[in-house]
Design a protein around this ligand. Sequence first.
Ligand SMILES: O=P(O)(O)OC[C@H]1O[C@](O)(CO)[C@@H](O)[C@@H]1O
Length: 385
Amino acid sequence: MTNVADAIVSDQPDSFAWGVWNKRHPVLIKQIQEAFPYPAEARGNLDALLKETLSGTIQRLPVDAHDYALWEEWDRGWYGGSWLSAPFLWAESFFYRRLLEAVGYFRPGAWRGIDLFGPAKRAELDTQAVETELAALDDVAGLGLAEQRRALLLAALWGNRADLGFRITAAAEGPATDLVADDSGLIWSLLDTAEDPVVHLVTDNSGRELLADLILVDHLLATGAAARVVMHLKPQPYYVSDATGADVLDVLRRITRAPGTAAKTGQRLWAALADGTISLRTHAFWCAPLSFRHLPADLAADLAPATLTILKGDLNHRRLVGDRAWPPTTQFAELTAYFPSPVATLRTLKSDVAVGLTPPTVARLDATGTAWRTSGEYALIQVRR
Ligand SMILES: O=P(O)(O)OC[C@H]1O[C@](O)(CO)[C@@H](O)[C@@H]1O
């Protein structure tokens, strides 16, 4: 059994995690302040939160917060200490909860329930890139099953980077060199050999990523690769653009508004939601600061019967394998053996965690001399059956 590696923390000035707090979050907070005419109190709260994360100590939620008890349950002894010395996963997750507190997202009043990332999510759906992607579905419809599967799986994968279009030609090009692990064959063999395949999809970002996810879900259902799909969504705005139930509706309307194949896809998705072939679920634990080793019993029981659970994105991957400084050749199957169902992860690499890579792949990546773990240039499909 592999020794447990150290949790990733943010206190090294040359580290990726340190940069998230010191470079990324100040910009994020400014963007939020510019996107909404929040009253002075909320603006001040946002400034104070930023200051607290950079030079203060981690303060609890106010005792009257509706989820105060939950955050006490998730407490691992980090309150009162420095944000940068706490595990990156725990602290970053709590930061997003504190952002909602700063703008009164859960508090009575006019700002209640207003998604602070909503403008960015909606803007992405209005881009030419989305129009092009939806039009490309007409071409995908003309491909054979294997090429369709490849194109739509890669679209869902690279949608996580959200700056690439559908890779319709990818199947013809063979395995992309920027795919550092590719177990996609296992996904299809698991689904094709199951009696009544049920897929659980744990979503990540809204916008183009969710759009590609929904199109993949439609394809799974339309081709019989899945008899039913359960989509898991965040109960509240999280890690910038994570998908909520409201986002599914926005994306679905966008797909349905497009002409051609896309409109038909949208109509099928709509009907599948209405008749329960697709169900939407959410759970507080999707916004918890802990790894999936701590899945609560009800969520584990929900996932256990799945033929396959597909996890999207970087954060879900971090939570699956543990946000730790694992040697990159650590066995993926070993680290994920605890998960209640067969599991696949579709992830572009946007943080320091890397596991399940072969020694030649690690050597090739290291030889690039680039920040391959965090640049978003590389992606992986890893599966444990
Ligand atoms: O949307 P994704 O793919 O989960 O990416 C979120 C990632 O972005 C970061 O917040 C900062 O890059 C990572 O810590 C996190 O894992």
